[in-house]
Design a protein around this ligand. Sequence first.
Ligand SMILES: Nc1ncnc2c1ncn2[C@@H]1O[C@H](COP(=O)(O)OP(=O)(O)O)[C@@H](O)[C@H]1O
Ligand SMILES: [Mg+2]
Length: 304
Amino acid sequence: MAEQNDKSAQRESALHEGRLPKPERPRLITIANQKGGVGKTTSSVNLAAGLAEAGLKVLVIDIDPQGNASTALGVEHRAGTTSTYELLIGDATADEAMQKSPDFDSLYCIPATIDLAGAEIELVSLVRREYRLYDAVRGEFLDKHQFDYVLIDCPPSLGLLTINAMTLVDEVIIPIQCEYYALEGVGQLLNNISMIRQYLNTDLHISAILLTMYDGRTNLAEQVAEEVRGHFGDVVIKTLIPRSVRISEAPGFGQTVLQYDPSSRGAQSYRDAARELAQRGDYLPGPESGPIGISPAAAHDTER
Ligand SMILES: Nc1ncnc2c1ncn2[C@@H]1O[C@H](COP(=O)(O)OP(=O)(O)O)[C@@H](O)[C@H]1O
Ligand SMILES: [Mg+2]
């Protein structure tokens, strides 16, 4: 109890300074949804920036061949740059591939280049093909750098690249766009998570769902938000990410929105979401939790 008081006192004082509590051990998180354009990349880089801005040490691993997270973080990722491709193939170490963000002192990125586009096929014939990222990152590299958060930006598919992300991490954050067909494909994603949990990584679970591109002027956005909360309950982050032009402009300048327009509503929403994620900690599956690692109420009826 004393320890808990101690901890909450620490949290209080961290909050006071605009800083966020350090997790007890590094939180490894994949941002996944096999649907494209739902805000995976935007959420990866801006949550990372929100955490880094609050004093935490953060690594973003880009495993989407499009390299959009690398672009948004302003790191080099032309073809031939040492990247997640070399890491997965075994031609480079994580240290060799990692770059520091030009904008935040404690933010790092392992970029993706277009070379990654063929990796899905190349990986098939390699040993431990589902654990290539795990083998390159867990252990020595993670121990040495003591990151507070590692966020992985996934491609919009459920292939070997995404599987490599999900065997490395404990947590999955699913961004859901507040639009028509918001839950389309989510059922399949949940099935895949439950399979990976069963066969490849028993620690994997959904720790947050983030509602993105929320347009408060439409009934539809509100309905989608309600529906998602109905399905997933408390695992849904309370902060809504609004649809915002500033958020979509920022990557064009090689910046996160927190850097591009720090006082914008979009920047503030990602700061708030990062804060929520850090303060509430991991959403650990209880004894009641179903095959996807969240409460049974959440697991039903998401098939479309
Ligand atoms: N909250 C938002 N408001 C406005 N545009 C957004 C927002 N979030 C993402 N976008 C834009 O929507 C597009 C898809 O987002 P992105 O993060 O790249 O999705 P994904 O990585 O899931 O494919 C991008 O052009 C991005 O700039
Ligand atoms: Mg993306």
